[in-house]
Ligand binder design. Structure first.
Ligand code: HEC
Length: 122
């Protein structure tokens, strides 16, 4: 799950990845399927966009910025479970559950994995 296509994750590449994940060409998937539809199939992306983006896209409040590998290195080294625990409990500058009170633990984990994958050095 560390291909460049995920790190860049846009447009046609994203479509290809989505097809790979959900088995393309299924029912109702005509040529009209938009990039937005496909984007929802990437685990964690929707959660990220709705709840985590506000801080993690810009690095607001000292948040590790998505796309900046150095900001994530030490955090990733802790392991996903530890990062998930910190996200659930909250950290200085980050409210508990990253402000997504309705997110399940699995949804938070998916969002974390999504952010980390987008932050890999190329
Ligand atoms: C209000 C701003 C804000 C929002 C919203 C937010 N974060 Fe954060 N996040 C931060 C800040 C600030 C840190 C760094 C905290 C620190 O190192 O003291 C952080 C750190 C993290 C870390 C690293 C944890 C670690 O162990 O080092 C993860 C993972 C994370 N956030 C996930 C998420 C997820 C998932 C969401 C959305 C569900 C989210 N964040 C939403 C501000 C935010």
């Amino acid at each position: 799950m560390k291909e460049r296509s995920l790190a860049n994750g846009k447009g046609a590449l994203l479509l290809v990845v989505s097809c790979f994940l959900v088995a393309c060409g299924g029912e109702g998937e005509g040529p009209s399927a938009t990039t937005a539809d496909a984007a929802q199939e990437v685990p964690g992306q929707l959660t990220y966009r709705r709840f985590c983006f506000s801080c993690h896209a810009s690095g607001a409040a000292g948040a590790p910025r998505v796309g900046q590998a150095s900001a994530w290195e030490g955090r990733v080294a802790q392991g996903t479970d530890v990062m998930l625990r910190h996200t659930i409990d909250g950290m200085p500058g980050m409210p508990p559950r990253g402000m997504c009170r309705q997110c399940s633990d699995d949804e938070l984990r998916d969002a974390i994995v999504y952010m980390v994958e987008r932050s890999q050095p190329n």
